[in-house]
Design a protein around this ligand. Structure first.
Ligand SMILES: [Fe+2]
Length: 193
């Protein structure tokens, strides 16, 4: 129940960019959770009953040299429409999450709802993302942010820069069906392990 959640929780730290992680072992955010066995290039994170604005993000994944990155898994997770990761607001076990795996055309797409920012804080609404694949150990990449978010301020951007992060600020356009759509093409950083 929401009532059991204290109003001021200990904030978890923003994920720095380009941190090399042991596979599925990010202590602060997503816990070792196993992906479904058969991954597709696209996924649907939420049921139709999930409160929130329908959102679709798509794009491609390229290797550091710009060549297509086939067989790369993209794992994404985020808060719900109230800004919580789950009933306990435990970011290491996010309720809303999904995996995709690029095929030969290296495209990905996920459908979900637009996450809300954390309650009682000024962190922009965001979607966390990890990538991994053959010869490419799991690592976080820059968060997805959303253009027009009032919490995206010069101060917040400076704070991110200081942490070595550069969030991808996504422009969203609503299609005829009322779904917010955005595009982000991802270029992998060179693997260091
Ligand atoms: Fe977060």
């Amino acid at each position: 129940m929401r009532a059991a959640v204290p109003k001021q929780r200990t904030p978890h730290l923003p994920m720095p960019s380009r941190v090399i992680l042991p596979p599925s072992a990010d202590a602060r955010h997503a816990a070792p959770v196993s992906p479904p066995r058969n991954l597709s290039w696209k996924t649907v994170v939420t049921s139709p009953e999930e409160p929130g604005e329908p959102l679709s993000i798509s794009g491609t994944i390229s290797q550091p040299d710009g060549k297509p990155a086939e067989g790369i898994v993209l794992f994404i997770y985020h808060t719900d429409a109230t800004g919580y990761y789950n009933e306990k607001d435990d970011a290491s076990h996010p309720r809303l999450k999904g995996w995709m795996k690029t095929g030969p055309d290296v495209r990905y797409e996920f459908r979900t709802i637009k996450p809300a920012p954390y309650p009682h804080r000024t962190t922009p609404a965001h979607i966390h993302a990890h990538v991994y694949g053959p010869q490419y150990s799991e690592r976080s990449i820059n968060d997805y942010w959303f253009e027009g978010d009032p919490f995206i301020t010069a101060k917040e951007l400076a704070r991110m820069k200081e942490a070595g992060a550069a969030p991808a600020i996504i422009s969203l356009k609503r299609n005829g069906a009322g779904m917010l759509r955005g595009i982000r093409n991802i270029t992998l950083k060179r693997a260091q392990n």
